[in-house]
Design a protein around this ligand. Structure first.
Ligand code: HEC
Length: 159
C-alpha cells in the first residue's frame, strides 16, 4: 500500500520533471540557475583563501619558540622513560578519536598522520601546543609520553 503510493509520487515527480525540462524557457532558467551557484562556489573559496592566507602562512610553520620547547622535551626524555610508555594505548586513547587508529581518519580536518612529513621535533611541538582544532596535550600527557606517541606515529603509522 505504502509502496504503491510512493511509486505514484515518484512517477508524478518524474512527469513534472520531464514536463519542465521540455519547456525551453524553464530550461534557460535552469541553466542560469546552475551557472550562478557554480560561479558563487568558485568565488567563495577564493574569498576565504585570500582572507585566510596571511594567517595560515604564519601558522603553517611551527613557531620557533615552540620548536625550542620541543627540543627541550626531546632532550629531557630518556630512552628508558620513552620505552616504558604504552604509546599505542596512549595514541588510541588520546589521538584516535580525531586521527583514527591508522592515522588517516581526518575528523575536523585532522591531518593524515600516515602521510605526515613533520620532523619529530615539529610533531612534539604540535602535540604539546596543539594547533587549530587540535587540542594541546601539554598537561594531559607527560612530556616523555608526547615524545613516545610522536615516535609511534613516525614508526608505526607512516607508510
Ligand atoms: C580534537 C581532534 C584531535 C585530537 C584528539 C588529536 N588531533 Fe592531531 N590534529 C588535529 C587537527 C585538526 C590537525 C590539523 C591541525 C592544523 O594543521 O591546523 C592535527 C594535526 C596533527 C599533527 C600534524 C600532522 C602534520 O603533518 O601536519 C600531528 C603530528 C598530530 N595531529 C598528532 C596528534 C597526536 C599525537 C594526538 C594525540 C596525543 C592528536 N594529534 C590528537 C586534531 C586532533
Amino acid at each position: 500500500m505504502m509502496r504503491s503510493f510512493l511509486m505514484l509520487c515518484l512517477s508524478m515527480i518524474l512527469l513534472i520533471g520531464t514536463a519542465c525540462s521540455d519547456d525551453s524557457s524553464n530550461g534557460k532558467k535552469l541553466r542560469s540557475a546552475k551557472a550562478d551557484p557554480s560561479s558563487f562556489n568558485r568565488t567563495s573559496p577564493d574569498a576565504e583563501d585570500t582572507s585566510e592566507a596571511p594567517a595560515e602562512e604564519e601558522v603553517r610553520t611551527v613557531p620557533p619558540e615552540q620548536l625550542a620547547k620541543a627540543k627541550e622535551i626531546l632532550a629531557a626524555a630518556t630512552e628508558d622513560q620513552i620505552a616504558e610508555v604504552d604509546a599505542k594505548g596512549k595514541y588510541k586513547m588520546f589521538c584516535a578519536a580525531c586521527h583514527g587508529f591508522d592515522g588517516a581518519l581526518g575528523v575536523n580536518g585532522a591531518k593524515d598522520l600516515s602521510a605526515s612529513k613533520l620532523s619529530l621535533e615539529e610533531s612534539v611541538a604540535q602535540v604539546y601546543f596543539g594547533k587549530g582544532l587540535m587540542t594541546p596535550f601539554k598537561g594531559l600527557l607527560k612530556d616523555h609520553e608526547i615524545v613516545a606517541v610522536s615516535k609511534y606515529i613516525e614508526k608505526e603509522l607512516r607508510k
